[in-house]
Design a binder for this molecule. Structure first.
Ligand code: URA
Length: 212
């Protein structure tokens, strides 16, 4: 009988190679070499945050989707288009904001030719935290907007129920208040339902709190 020795799962996790810098382009380049969790293996690239260094607001999503993974930019797929629409309706200029994700690599499972989004584990979120911490240090925003539960977990350092905390400004692990709201993907999933417009309106109302 042959002996199969399974590699311990923890061997797939390591330390994120975050350089000591406030340069987003240097951080972005270094993130391409990150092997702190196994997600790099099936992703095209690490999708780092984008936006001006002077941004007062950071938006945090969950992780890049299929389109973002191919393009190398955050929120450029369907969820990004919905976010753009909501930001415009709320009078918030995306170009003034820094947009990033809690996890920088796309986690997916195959379904035929499609790559289906898979939720990152708490361990994968934690492995990516040093990158988010570096973005927070570089941008030093006034407020972080958490889009959904994975973003909230990254920013607050603990899981919360978005439905309960929605609209609240909570203390983040980074000394900057965090506004909790839903992820635009939840609105995409609601499309076609009778309350889809109402849900979109609630999201816009959350974003309107960011003006000024
Ligand atoms: N969903 C996210 O959370 N982030 C993206 O960049 C795209 C979709």
């Amino acid at each position: 009988m042959s002996l199969v020795i399974a590699r311990p799962k923890s061997a797939e996790f390591g330390v994120a190679p975050v350089p000591e810098t406030k340069s987003i382009s240097r951080l972005r380049a270094a993130a391409q070499t990150c092997r702190a969790c196994p997600l790099w293996k099936n992703a095209t690239c690490a999708v780092f945050g984008e936006g001006p260094n002077s941004a007062k607001l950071i938006f945090v999503g969950e992780q890049p989707g299929d389109k973002e993974d191919r393009a190398g930019h955050p929120f450029v797929g369907p969820a990004g288009h919905l976010l753009d629409r909501a930001l415009e309706a709320a009078g918030v200029d995306r170009d003034d904001c820094y947009i990033t994700n809690a996890v920088k690599h796309f986690k997916w499972t195959p379904q035929g030719k499609r790559r289906l989004h898979a939720k990152p584990s708490a361990r994968e979120v934690a492995a990516c935290r040093p990158w988010f911490a570096a973005e927070m240090k570089a941008i030093a925003p006034r407020l972080v907007v958490c889009l959904g539960s994975t973003a909230s977990q990254q920013v607050l350092g603990k899981p919360i129920k978005v439905t309960q905390a929605r609209g609240e400004k909570l203390d983040s692990e980074f000394g900057v208040p965090a506004l909790i709201t839903v992820h635009p993907s939840s609105l995409l999933r609601a499309m076609g339902q009778p309350d889809a417009e109402e849900q979109f309106g609630r999201f816009v109302a959350d974003l309107k709190r960011l003006r000024g």
